[in-house]
Structure formats: structure tokens, C-alpha cells
Design a protein around this ligand. Structure first.
Ligand code: SF4
Length: 270
């Protein structure tokens, strides 16, 4: 059995003088010293040859432990976007920060895939949206569904929302102060969903997101950017119901959206 050295042993170990030990005895002493050093390394580790503070510093983890401690899977796993979005909905669904909170029937948050690659942003809920609490479910919404399906996607694969979450009475245009009050909600939705591309449906959505008052004719055909996300502006589906002539340019715009989503056209328009 290996004998661990006593402190005195270490102090007592020394090279024998030639005249006080025969060669076989010297070999035995050297062998014993080697065994003692091996035992020290085995049981004391690097602390024997390296100061403890140096060992502790070199053994420090490269990345900090997660808040939940070692082995805490919950602490390591990111919170799913669906849960974050749902919690954000619950936080703001009773909002009355602008007068529209008093006149709405239903709060219209948004719908679709919380991790969608494409986000469509309109201006505000209409009559049917206000009754159902869902975005783009009226005649214009049904047209948007057809556009999305023509892009070979479904409504469940994209995310759809509006700048305003409550209906302006009589479907009037959103007032600037209503947009200013509600717009942070849209920005938070974008932050959570993190789409690869945003498609603004109509000038009101584009003006709110891009902080511009340029006419739609100038906003279309240019690849804009919001927080590093490409933004493409096209007609609102309601405008397509009024003017057949907008359908062809809209189709060109949404094909461009699809190419951005597919990552086959990183810059500009083909
Ligand atoms: S429109 Fe927006 S800011 Fe105004 S009450 Fe509705 S959620 Fe709140």
C-alpha cells in the first residue's frame, strides 16, 4: 500500500552523502522520493506545484454559469417567442392609453406564427376585425389571404398585425397621436417575432415604421430597413379592392418580399 508522506518526511528527504549510503541504499531513497512526489501530485493535485489562487483562476469557467445553476435546463433554454408574445398580449390587451380604447369592441393584437419569417403590417383594424378581435379578416383580409397563398405560404406561417390595435371609428385614418401612442406595441412585436422581412401594407404602416411622410409611390420599389430588418412597402389590400390596376404592382412587390424571405435576393430588386 502506498504510504502518504508526512510533513517530516518531506523535510527529511535529502541526497545521501557518498560515504553514508551504499549505491543500493541511494537508489532506494531516490525511489522513495519519487513515490512521495507522485503521491503528493495524486492527492494534492496541482496545488502542490501551483499556488491555489493560480489554479482557481485557470480553472474558472470560460462562460458564467446560467442563473439557475449547473444542470438547470430551464435556465439555459430560451423562452419561446410564443410565450413572450402571449405574455405581451396579456400585458396590453386592456390598454386605454388613447381614446380608441374607449370606442373599440375588441382589442386586435395580431395573429400567425410568433417566429414568422415574414411580418405583414397594416394600419388599423376595420369593422370585422373589431368584432372578431383578429387582424385582416374582412374583405381586405380575405384578399391578403389570397396574396399570402399565392406566395406559397399560409396565414399560419406569417405574422399579421396593425400599427393600431383598436379600430378608429368609421374606419377613419389613424390620428398621428394615436399612432405615436400605439406604435411602441408594434415595435415590441417586431422585437419578439424577429421576422426576416417586413411588408408594410399601405402608407400609414410605412409612415409609422419608417418615420417618413413620403407618398406611397416613392416608398414602393425601395428596400427600406427597420432595426436591420428589410422593409418592403406595397398597397393595402383594401386599395386593391377599389383599383384593379394596383394588383399587378402589388404582385411584383410581394414576389420581392418572398425573395427576401428566401434569402435569394440580399440587396435591391432583381
Ligand atoms: S389604439 Fe393602441 S394605444 Fe390606443 S387604446 Fe388601443 S392599444 Fe391602446
Amino acid at each position: 500500500m502506498t504510504r502518504l508522506p508526512e510533513p517530516d518526511d518531506l523535510g527529511a528527504v535529502h541526497e545521501p552523502e557518498p560515504d553514508e549510503a551504499s549505491p543500493p541504499e541511494a537508489a532506494e531513497v531516490l525511489s522513495e522520493v519519487r513515490r512521495s512526489l507522485e503521491d503528493l501530485l495524486l492527492f494534492e493535485g496541482r496545488w502542490f506545484v501551483t499556488p491555489p489562487d493560480v489554479v482557481a483562476a485557470s480553472a474558472a469557467p470560460a462562460r458564467p454559469e446560467p442563473a439557475g445553476g449547473e444542470g438547470s435546463a430551464a435556465a439555459e433554454a430560451p423562452v419561446p417567442a410564443a410565450a413572450v408574445l402571449s405574455s405581451f398580449h396579456d400585458e396590453i390587451c386592456e390598454c386605454t392609453r388613447c381614446p380608441l380604447g374607449q370606442t373599440r369592441n375588441r382589442f386586435v393584437f395580431g395573429s400567425g406564427n410568433p417566429e414568422a419569417g415574414i411580418m405583414f403590417v397594416g394600419e388599423a383594424p376595420g369593422e370585422e376585425e373589431d368584432l372578431q378581435g383578429l387582424p385582416f379578416v374582412g374583405p381586405a383580409g380575405r384578399f391578403l389571404t389570397r396574396i399570402i397563398e399565392a406566395m406559397e405560404l399560409s396565414r399560419e406561417e406569417v405574422y399579421i398585425c396593425n400599427v393600431l390595435k383598436c379600430r378608429p371609428p368609421g374606419n377613419r385614418d389613424p390620428a398621428p397621436e394615436e399612432v405615436a401612442t400605439c406604435e411602441p406595441y408594434l415595435r415590441r412585436q417586431i422585437e419578439i417575432v424577429q421576422p426576416k422581412v417586413i411588408c408594410c401594407l399601405g402608407r400609414h404602416a410605412a409612415h409609422a415604421l419608417l418615420k417618413t411622410e413620403a407618398p406611397l409611390s416613392r416608398l414602393r420599389g425601395t428596400l427600406h430597413e427597420y432595426a436591420g430588418i428589410p422593409v418592403i412597402v406595397t398597397y393595402h389590400p383594401a386599395a386593391l379592392l377599389r383599383n384593379e390596376g394596383f394588383k399587378r404592382p402589388t404582385w411584383e412587390d410581394v414576389k420581392w418580399v418572398r425573395r427576401q424571405y428566401d434569402g435569394v435576393e440580399p440587396r435591391g430588386r432583381a
